[in-house]
Design a protein around this ligand. Structure first.
Ligand SMILES: Cc1cc2nc3c(=O)[nH]c(=O)nc-3n(C[C@H](O)[C@H](O)[C@H](O)COP(=O)(O)OP(=O)(O)OC[C@H]3O[C@@H](n4cnc5c(N)ncnc54)[C@H](O)[C@@H]3O)c2cc1C
Ligand SMILES: NC(=O)c1ccc[n+]([C@@H]2O[C@H](COP(=O)([O-])OP(=O)(O)OC[C@H]3O[C@@H](n4cnc5c(N)ncnc54)[C@H](OP(=O)(O)O)[C@@H]3O)[C@@H](O)[C@H]2O)c1
Length: 545
């Protein structure tokens, strides 16, 4: 039954972050109204065929993409994927999963499709006014054939912004770009490798998109070149390490093994997987501390076989008659380049909102703006603006593992905040200090901190938020409820799946225990040595404290 004091929550976007937000609001007796500009839910994971007319509507995800996160980790915490599905999924399966989730939890009736939010502004009484417009796409394949209806407004107590951050291409600025006669596209609009058959292609950017597209094109294009701005590849991590999906990590591995040893084990495992590295790959900075990481299994073979050739950063683009040349910072020149694909990432964009809400205002922009540019985000826990108490941003994370449990945990935390079930957020000066510390950390850790402002370490981030909410798998609570063997086998040494966060606390789920066990069926293989060693250390700690 609806109570009159229930809060109305505006949710912008019905991708995986928006859907989790709708569900969490419903579970906690809030009134969610979700605005989705498309005629479908699922955001990026809608895999309807892209074509030249509809590509703006659809995702940055391309044909034949396989998730780089395993199905056990790419699930919402109370809705596991089907056991018979493969470990790494193609887009149609992810899309199916999202539809099943929306159906199971009756989310659709809370979503206004074909409804674009055009303005969000704060009122004197601190509530938010959402201005939106409904649009009818008369022909689903033609983005220009739209009827815009009348603008409308509604007032909300709280706004959850879930509009995604992989939509607005970020292009580099190279000399000669405007006059270059070869084709230039952003990876956002890449879809089918067949479009590049027998072409000489330069890919700029060595993130997941750049490497993945290089591998996809290697069997069809006549030659692929991959330009690396830093001159180095990131730390390449294969999909499987020692026979296990790379993200099947445990709390034991994350917390009990010192970072240095963990890193050494990882390096050894990567080398075991890829074999020894050829000497001409000297710039593969696999052992350099400040490397960023990238999951890819095929790129090493492509580089080894010469189908992908590494180049440094681009200096200038030139077209001389029919010859489209690219010059690099080492003065080398490539001739006859047919296509350049800029896999150079995405810009944050909140066209409906005062930008300073996200960037922290003048003072912060002056301090950090020059270095971090468009990537500057001043949000506490990468969710909350310091000076606004009733708006939250979800899904603004980068290289943090699977988005599904992360967005969902953020939604749980925000909803718990709205309901007052958890400690209130700290005062603004403490939030500011925490964000300053975060920026200090990324600038110390990465050689390209300006690309890391949304960085989070998945398990640490999930654990941090879950402790606030009370759904963290606390040892004593788990042992009391499920027994020591369960704790030992599945919480300490088992895969730290999202379902562990539904074992305890408010909104726990009866199916969580069984799901945690099923997810570990094939993959709980720590040796007796490690288990014994850990037991000894644990006993030592218990009896010495
Ligand atoms: C190439 C690629 C591969 C990826 N692979 C993986 C992977 O393997 N595993 C993984 O976990 N993640 C992966 N990701 C990350 C992916 O972005 C997330 O999985 C997820 O889709 C993010 O969900 P979201 O809801 O935050 O954003 P989105 O999926 O972008 O959804 C945002 C929604 O908001 C709507 N919207 C935007 N503005 C408005 C407005 N003004 N009014 C109304 N609606 C609006 C959009 O139409 C969209 O539906 C990948 C991303 C890319 C680009
Ligand atoms: N499931 C999959 O297999 C898959 C596939 C693709 C993408 N994704 C996901 O999608 C998201 C986006 O990935 P993405 O690869 O598109 O973007 P990204 O991770 O932001 O990577 C962008 C790359 O472009 C480079 N770059 C940026 N500006 C440049 C410039 N001016 N000149 C030259 N190079 C420049 C960056 O270099 P620096 O490293 O020097 O900053 C970086 O290597 C990520 O979350 C990723 O995990 C997943």
């Amino acid at each position: 039954m609806v109570e009159s004091n229930e809060k109305r929550i505006a949710i912008i976007g019905a991708g995986i972050s928006g859907l989790a937000s709708v569900k969490e609001c419903l579970d906690n007796k809030l009134i969610p109204i979700c605005f989705e500009q498309n005629s479908f839910i699922g955001g990026h994971w809608k895999t309807e065929e892209k074509n030249e007319y509809n590509q703006d509507f659809y995702s940055a995800i391309y044909k034949n993409l396989i998730t780089n996160t395993s199905k056990e980790m790419t699930a919402y915490s109370d809705f596991p994927m089907l056991a018979e599905w493969p470990t790494f999924l193609d887009c149609p399966l992810v899309e199916k999963y999202i539809e099943m989730y929306a159906k199971k939890f009756n989310l659709l009736s809370h979503i206004k499709l074909n409804t674009k939010v055009i303005n969000v502004s704060i009122l004197d009484d601190k509530r938010w006014k959402i201005k939106y417009i409904t649009q009818d796409q008369n022909n689903k394949n033609d983005k220009n054939n739209i009827t815009q209806n009348e603008e409308k407004e509604e007032i909300f107590d709280y706004v959850m912004v879930c509009n995604g951050h992989h939509h607005h291409p970020q292009f580099p600025k190279f000399k000669g770009m405007d006059n270059f006669k070869g084709e230039q596209i952003h990876s956002r609009f890449y879809n089918d490798p067949e479009d590049f058959k027998n072409k000489r292609v330069l890919i700029v950017g060595n993130g997941s998109s750049g490497l993945d597209i290089a591998v996809q094109l290697s069997s069809v294009a006549s030659q692929i070149y991959l330009s690396l701005r830093s001159g180095r590849l990131p730390l390449i991590i294969p999909h499987y390490i020692n026979g296990k999906p790379l993200d099947h990590t445990s709390r034991f591995r994350t917390y009990a093994i010192p970072a240095k040893i963990r890193k050494k084990l990882m390096e050894k495992a990567i080398l075991n997987t890829f074999g020894s590295l050829p000497t001409y790959l000297e710039n593969l900075d696999i052992f350099i501390n400040k490397a960023t990481t990238c999951i890819n299994t095929g790129i090493i073979e492509c580089i080894g076989s010469g189908s992908v050739i590494l180049k440094p950063n681009v200096q200038e683009l030139k077209s001389k008659g029919k010859n489209n040349q690219v010059e690099f910072v080492d003065e080398s020149i490539l001739e006859d380049i047919d296509v350049i694909i800029y896999a150079t990432g995405y810009k944050l964009d909140f066209p409906f909102l005062d930008k300073s809400i996200v960037t922290g205002g003048d003072e912060i922009e002056q301090e950090y703006g020059e270095k971090y540019g468009e990537n500057l985000v001043w949000l506490y826990k990468r969710i909350f603006p310091v000076n606004y108490s009733n708006i939250a941003f979800l899904g603004l994370l980068y290289k943090a593992g699977s988005f599904f449990p992360l967005s969902e945990m953020q939604a749980r935390y925000v909803v718990n905040q709205i309901k007052g079930f958890v400690n209130p957020l700290p005062p603004p000066y403490e939030m500011d200090e925490s964000i300053h510390q975060f920026y200090k950390k990324i600038s110390k850790t990465y050689r390209n901190p300006e690309s890391q402002t949304l960085r989070a370490y998945p398990l640490l981030y999930l654990d941090e938020l879950s402790k606030e909410i009370g759904c963290y798998p606390y040892p004593w609570e788990i042992i009391k409820k499920f027994g020591f063997i369960f704790y030992w086998k599945f919480i300490v040494f088992g895969i730290a799946t999202p379902h562990q966060y539904r074992l305890l606390g408010r909104n726990s789920w009866n199916g969580a225990k069984e799901t945690v066990i099923i997810c570990n069926n094939s993959n709980n293989k720590y040796s007796v040595f490690w288990k014994l060693l850990f037991l000894i250390v644990l006993l030592y700690l218990i009896f010495n404290i």
